[in-house]
Design a binder for this molecule. Structure first.
Ligand SMILES: CC(C)(COP(=O)(O)OP(=O)(O)OC[C@H]1O[C@@H](n2cnc3c(N)ncnc32)[C@H](O)[C@@H]1OP(=O)(O)O)[C@@H](O)C(=O)NCCC(=O)NCCS
Length: 167
């Protein structure tokens, strides 16, 4: 049997209704809602206006937060963004928006690509970090597979994992 390798790529999120609708759809997915929300946990269904307000400003004015879509074989399956914390530190958020696309290594692959983009684009940045909830064992495993390490630091119930480019 021929097993085809899936290809993961990243592209910048675009100022289109297609991208905004996808984001809204992903925010309504029950497994995602356990860990990720637009504004607050257990929020009411997110409106398209709120999505456009929040992500449209990041797309049109990319100064501190930079949103991308994760594509599997050219099809959007999730989201990853980085944000400038300070001159030497960048933080990351991500999710796979479609349940059946989780647990296939796609998140790890996307994260590795994002780290490489950041490293090339910001030569002065020394650390990238992620901050999953301690209970989010799958996210922690994914981040560790992508090379992030924990020193045990916990902030507000979230485990901080870092890659130090100088190590
Ligand atoms: C977290 C997330 C981005 C990871 O992406 P992914 O493509 O599913 O992750 P990967 O398949 O690359 O890696 C997940 C690993 O965790 C493992 N895993 C799955 N469930 C697990 C659990 N309950 N406990 C421990 N490990 C678990 C998988 O087996 C896999 O490891 P393996 O490759 O060694 O078998 C994705 O699952 C997701 O979007 N989850 C819902 C939203 C979310 O939690 N976002 C992150 C917020 S910080």
């Amino acid at each position: 049997m021929l097993i085809q390798k899936r290809t993961i790529t990243l592209r910048q999120m675009e100022d289109t209704m297609t991208d905004y609708e996808l984001m809204r759809e992903w925010f309504s997915e029950p497994e995602l809602q356990e860990w990720v929300w637009c504004d607050e946990k257990d929020e009411a269904p997110v409106t398209i206006e709120r999505i456009i307000e929040k992500y449209g400003s990041r797309i049109k004015n990319p100064t501190t937060v930079f949103p991308y879509f994760i594509l599997r074989d050219q099809e959007p399956i999730g989201f990853i963004q980085y944000y400038i914390q300070d001159q030497v530190t960048i933080g990351l958020d991500m999710w796979i928006g479609i349940q059946k696309e989780r647990n296939h290594g796609f998140g790890t692959d996307a994260l590795k690509q994002m780290v490489e983009i950041i490293h090339n684009k910001y030569p002065d940045v020394k650390h990238v970090f992620v901050d999953p909830e301690i209970a989010n064992k799958r996210a922690i495993k994914c981040y560790q597979k992508a090379g992030f390490k924990s020193s045990g630091e916990i902030v507000d119930g979230n485990l901080i994992l870092r890659i130090n480019f100088e190590d």
